[in-house]
Design a binder for this molecule. Structure first.
Ligand code: DGL
Length: 268
């Protein structure tokens, strides 16, 4: 059972990158309790097979359901891309995921109907963003690019480093050649690169932060289903991780934008 007086929102990711989504949720829904699970022992997922990603995703879903969450949020683009249906099939509570949120925001914002999508190899190979955007508007042109080096660069803290700038310029060259006016940051880690990416893409390209879009969708769902935390108590946060990796505290706080306390190491 949940340790909270009021049921929490369960948020999960392959590691600590999903804290960018928790941060957006804290800002948008400051009264909601949150239990976060980050699979720090097994990250990165973005380069793993579909079968492995599915198996891990279902283990995490079971863990959070045992915590009696009222809603599940798949903060990890890779799990959302590959395992969303399986997670939904298992969950008796509503499941939201970052790809639907980011796709809806991008489709609403593009003017020339030409969108770039960047993400991990698993996310890009799944074509999940393109399918989600095309469900909303078939005529939008989509250009995707996997950026496998971004995750380690962000974890290294090289958010404004020359190596990151060169890497980003190289990755973005083909999508920028297609006259995109919107670029979806399709990975938990990429919002931390926003200033650098904004410099590279220039003022004519709008960056879509899936974390912010996710927080908006969550607020809408909570209001529609009347799931608000009505206890009046200050929100509680619990962070469960499967390992305490090197520099966890520093990197975690960079993603969360505040002090990281109430951390529990759990075994799935
Ligand atoms: N959380 C993953 C995502 O959003 C990035 C890290 C990983 O590869 O596991 O795609």
């Amino acid at each position: 059972m949940s340790p909270f007086t009021d049921q929490a929102i369960g948020v999960f990711d392959s590691g600590i990158g999903g804290l960018t989504v928790v941060r957006a949720l804290m800002e948008r829904l400051p009264f909601e309790n949150i239990i976060y699970f980050g699979d720090t022992a097994r990250v990165p997922y973005g380069i793993k097979s579909v079968e492995t990603i599915n198996r891990y995703a279902l283990q995490i879903t079971e863990f959070l359901l045992r915590k009696n969450v009222k809603l599940l949020i798949v903060a990890c683009n890779t799990m959302a891309a590959v395992a969303y249906q399986a997670i939904r099939d298992l969950s008796p509570v509503p499941v939201l995921e970052v790809i639907g949120a980011g796709a809806a925001e991008a489709a609403a914002k593009t003017v020339n109907r030409t969108i770039g999508v960047i993400g991990t190899p698993a996310t890009i190979n799944s074509n999940a963003y393109a399918r989600a955007i095309h469900r909303l508007d078939r005529d939008i042109r989509i250009f995707s690019q996997s950026c496998p080096l971004f995750v380690p660069l962000v974890e290294e803290g090289w958010l404004d480093h020359e190596a990151t700038r060169l890497t980003a310029a190289e990755y973005l060259k083909p999508v920028l050649a297609e006259d995109i006016d919107t670029l979806v940051l399709g990975c938990t880690h990429y919002p931390l690169l926003k200033p650098l990416l904004a410099d590279i893409v220039g003022p004519g390209v709008r960056l879509i932060d899936s974390a912010e879009a996710m927080a908006e969708q969550t607020a809408d769902l909570i209001a529609a289903k009347k799931l608000e935390n009505a206890s009046g108590d200050p929100a509680q946060y619990l962070y469960c991780i499967s390992d305490v990796p090197y520099r966890f505290q520093t990197i975690g706080e960079r993603f969360l934008g505040r002090t990281l306390s109430c951390v529990e190491t759990v075994r799935l």
